[in-house]
Write a protein that binds this ligand. Structure first.
Ligand code: DGJ
Length: 737
């Protein structure tokens, strides 16, 4: 791994064993990209990669110098108004009305390791040996505006972290109108674009479409990353599949509005851009002020989509998730939401907890409904203390202690960013919400958004949470956020500061998380947003796991978890077994299948355990034991998608331990098939040379090569429900000793 700078050619070559990324200072002193992809050997001059030729209609930077036109060049951070007609990476509105900017190379700095991004989540290193960072300073000398481009290359990952920082050194006021975290020009557009799109209860479906001329992309204007579009984009060669082929991933470590787009020009170059959504964003920079963009993580894989996903999984699992829980097994929890909603009694809660304990579960989580006046979703949000003693006679402390006495840990739900009009908080501070003068704030789920750009608001919420968390033995917090943002206006900010509100809001959320983590480093946080509407890498920096979706139907969950796994490791996906008929789709799936899907995530339960039959109790006890036995493998192993539920009636995936000595294979059938084919499922990631025993038939050994090349036979009779509707099975493979 290293970063080589050549003074003569003004080239920077960032490389490790897997990738090369080459930047050059162009004739107009802007930055250009010469190459990004598989590692190539270094040489002293890559200038030939800069295409230059005379074209009619082309704009040049100097008279008679026809070899260089920004319009036909792969730019590294494209500017506005100087001859590149494609999408710019940033915009600067100036006092005189001009928007023309020209960022020219000034200097660079290379250092070992990686520095923290101020107030923002980002990938980190634990030793300087893990990465090297390049900072290139570009300046618009007329505006006295510096742009510091930040690149980190990692020793062990085919990944580059990119972000930018703007600093106004001049006297004039500058207004940043867009600031993408990264812009990458690829020399051709022969790719399919893959995105994770959805809606509430059907998050992160895998959508694939070929690139074509023009601009195509995804975004969120919802104020948070959203269930609709995840801040993530993939370009894959049309021939690439899960196991082979060239793939480029682009992921944004951010939880607010975002935009990912690809512009294909008529010369078939592809410009990929990722960052904060420009709409509604305007960052005024006064003299001496800086703006730091969120971080984008670029991954290149030659091993297809699984190869790309595994890089993100390892990087995010080990160097984005932080704290005590990063390397710990997560408790198997039972959450009361689907069993009781907000209308519960302490007795009911303790019965669920007692039953959970008897079945081997480790933590009880009390969901929505414990605070203020809250039996439904019309009131109470904002009052984070117990007022209803009929519901919880001993308060949270009393209940938590009783749960602890049962031998279980206790977890609690909050929705810190929200308020109901029917709450003490709103009655005493009606102007604490986001709302615009003269306009009525739009309701959603009967709740309104607290103005987290305001310190006094965040301080007040922190105070209430701190009190509860320090008074009661609480080991886990589920931090929910159940609506999208509207009327994004902060009444305490000046008109020219309003374009900062949405980003500042997210910084307020990050800030509150940071304070709570500092005060309670042992608490495990799970983020949530009506299920998975804020499942993004930004959140993972604070909360190691996220509630994946409100849809707990096993068949829907196969799809949701399959899509989510494109970017996110299994140890970040909250996955619970719930009751049937399923609350969202009314489907009745076997308990075994519900368990077999949830095992490939952070395993837990979400149902009334009271009315279970003996047979159901037996199955659950076995599931819990299975989860305890294999959760370390699930957390640390390499995950492979084998068969897509978006394409087939049968879906399959597997996890292989790092030493390849054991593996778990999950097989799922959507609908029963009469007189169906004989299924051989080709596995992946095993050791070719080792022999494996499958738990089904311990007397037979199968070569790793055989299982990957010929396949593992799936006997439909071995599946729960005998291969009929919603049948499934998890196979455990172990190397023969
Ligand atoms: C939405 C979450 O996704 C659910 O799990 C639950 O916590 C409810 N909110 C509670 O209001």
């Amino acid at each position: 791994m290293g970063i080589i700078y050549s003074e003569t050619t003004k080239e920077f070559h960032l490389y490790n064993d897997m990738i090369s990324y080459i930047i050059q200072v162009l004739p107009n002193l802007q930055l250009g990209n010469l190459y990004y992809g598989k590692r190539i050997r270094h040489k002293s001059d890559f200038t030939y990669l800069l295409e230059g030729r005379h074209r009619s209609l082309a704009v040049y930077t100097k008279e008679k110098e026809y070899f260089f036109s920004p319009q036909y060049t792969r730019m590294e951070y494209p500017c506005t108004g100087t001859g590149d007609y494609r999408e710019p990476a940033f915009e600067v509105d100036q006092e005189d009305g001009s928007r023309i900017v020209c960022l020219e190379y000034q200097s660079y700095r290379i250092y070992k390791g990686k520095e923290k991004l101020k107030d923002l989540p980002a990938v980190y290193v634990e030793s300087e040996k893990e990465a090297e960072t390049l900072e290139i300073t570009l300046t618009d000398s007329l505006l006295q505006l510096d742009c510091i481009m930040q690149y980190t290359i990692f020793k062990d990952y085919p990944a580059i972290a990119r972000s930018v920082k703007f600093c106004n050194r001049g006297e004039k006021i500058l207004r940043l109108g867009r600031v993408f975290s990264a812009s990458v020009d690829l020399p051709d557009a022969g790719y399919d674009m893959v995105q994770l799109s959805g809606a509430w209860s059907r998050e992160r479906k895998v959508i694939v479409r070929p690139l074509s001329i023009g601009t195509q992309g995804i975004n969120s204007r919802h104020g948070i990353s959203s269930a609709e579009q995840n801040p993530f984009l993939v370009l894959k060669r049309p021939g690439a599949d899960e196991l082979q082929g060239e793939v480029y991933g682009f992921s944004l470590i951010y939880s607010g509005n975002h935009m990912e787009q690809v512009e294909v020009d008529t010369c078939h170059m592809a410009r990929v851009q990722i960052g904060i959504h420009p709409e509604g964003f305007e960052w005024q920079l006064l003299n001496g002020e800086t703006f730091q963009s969120p971080e984008a993580i670029l991954v290149y894989s030659q091993q297809g989509l699984n190869g790309m996903s595994q890089v993100y999984h390892k990087l995010y699992r080990n160097r984005l998730v932080r704290g005590l829980w990063r390397d710990r097994e997560r408790p198997i929890l039972i959450n009361n939401w689907e069993a009781t909603g907000a209308a519960f009694t302490e007795e009911k809660i303790l019965t669920i907890a007692k039953n959970g304990k008897a079945l081997g579960m480790e933590m009880f989580v009390l969901d929505d409904g414990w605070f203020g006046k809250r039996d439904d979703d019309f009131s109470g949000l904002g009052d984070w203390y117990v007022t209803n003693n009929a519901k919880l006679p001993g308060g949270i402390k009393g209940l938590a202690e009783k749960v602890m006495e049962l031998g279980m840990q206790f977890g609690l739900w909050f929705e810190p960013e929200m308020v109901n009009k029917d709450s003490d908080l709103f009655r005493s501070n009606p102007d604490w919400i986001l709302c615009a003068p003269g306009r009525t704030p739009s309701p959603s789920r009967n709740q309104y958004i607290l103005d987290f750009t305001r310190k006094e608001v965040v301080d007040y919420i922190y105070g209430m949470m701190e009190k509860i968390l320090s008074e009661a033995p609480i080991s886990y917090v589920k931090w929910d956020m159940n609506r999208y943002m509207t009327e994004c206006y902060s009444i305490t900010k000046k008109p020219q500061e309003q374009g900062k509100v949405m980003h500042r809001y997210i910084l307020g959320v990050y800030g509150l998380y940071e304070r709570l983590l500092k005060r309670f480093p042992n608490i495990l946080f799970e983020s949530c947003s009506s299920g998975g509407a804020r499942f993004d890498p930004g959140m993972l920096y604070y909360a190691p796991q996220t509630w994946t979706s409100d849809d707990t139907d096993a068949m829907e969950r196969v799809k949701i978890q399959y899509g989510t796994s494109y970017l996110y490791p299994l140890c970040t996906m909250g996955a619970h077994v719930s009751a049937v008929p399923n609350l969202q789709v009314g489907r009745v799936t076997p308990l075994e299948t519900r368990g077999n899907v949830a095992q490939f995530g952070v395993f837990g339960y979400e149902l009334d355990l009271g009315g279970l039959s003996d047979q159901e109790r037996k199955i659950i006890r076995e599931q819990v034991e299975f989860a305890k036995k294999h959760r370390s493998l699930i957390r640390t192993g390499d995950f492979y998608r084998l068969q897509s539920p978006f394409e087939e009636n049968d879906a399959a995936w597997m996890v292989v331990s790092e030493d390849k000595k054991e593996a778990l294979v999950g097989f799922y059938r959507m609908l029963g098939v009469p007189n169906d084919a004989w299924i051989r499922l080709r596995l992946a990631g095993l050791d070719q040379e080792m022999d494996y025993m499958i738990d089904e038939e311990p007397s037979v050994l199968y070569g790793g090569d055989e299982l990957m090349q010929v396949g593992m036979v799936i006997q439909k009779e071995a599946l729960c429900n005998q291969g009929g509707d919603y049948s499934s099975k998890i196979y455990y493979l172990e190397v023969s000793k």
